[in-house]
Design a protein around this ligand. Structure first.
Ligand code: SF4
Length: 79
C-alpha cells in the first residue's frame, strides 16, 4: 500500500485548533495558532514540509483533513 504524507497549507490555516486537539501525534501549534506537522520527513521548501502519516493514524488524519474548515490539511500518497 502506498505511503501517505501530510502537510499544512500555512497561508490558509485559520488557527481553529481542531487538528492538533484531535491528532497531537501528527499536528501541533506552530506557535501562533497556525498548525504544523510535528516532524518534517520531506522538506521541499519553506512552505512545503511533509510528514509521513503513521499507518495507525491514517484514518484520523484523513478525517481531520476532511473536517478542517479551511481545507488546509493536504494528504497525498507518496509517489
Ligand atoms: S484544522 Fe485546519 S484551520 Fe484548523 S488549525 Fe488545523 S489546519 Fe488550521
Amino acid at each position: 500500500m502506498a505511503k501517505k504524507k501530510v502537510r499544512i497549507e500555512y497561508d490558509t490555516c485559520t488557527a481553529c485548533e481542531l487538528c492538533y486537539d484531535r491528532v497531537p501525534e501528527v499536528f501541533k501549534d506552530k506557535g501562533d495558532g497556525i498548525a504544523d506537522v510535528v516532524r518534517y520527513d520531506i522538506e521541499e521548501d519553506e512552505e512545503t514540509k511533509w510528514m509521513y502519516v503513521p499507518e495507525d493514524l491514517e484514518s484520523e488524519v484523513e478525517e481531520v483533513a476532511d473536517e478542517c474548515p479551511s481545507g488546509s490539511i493536504i494528504v497525498e500518497e507518496e509517489d
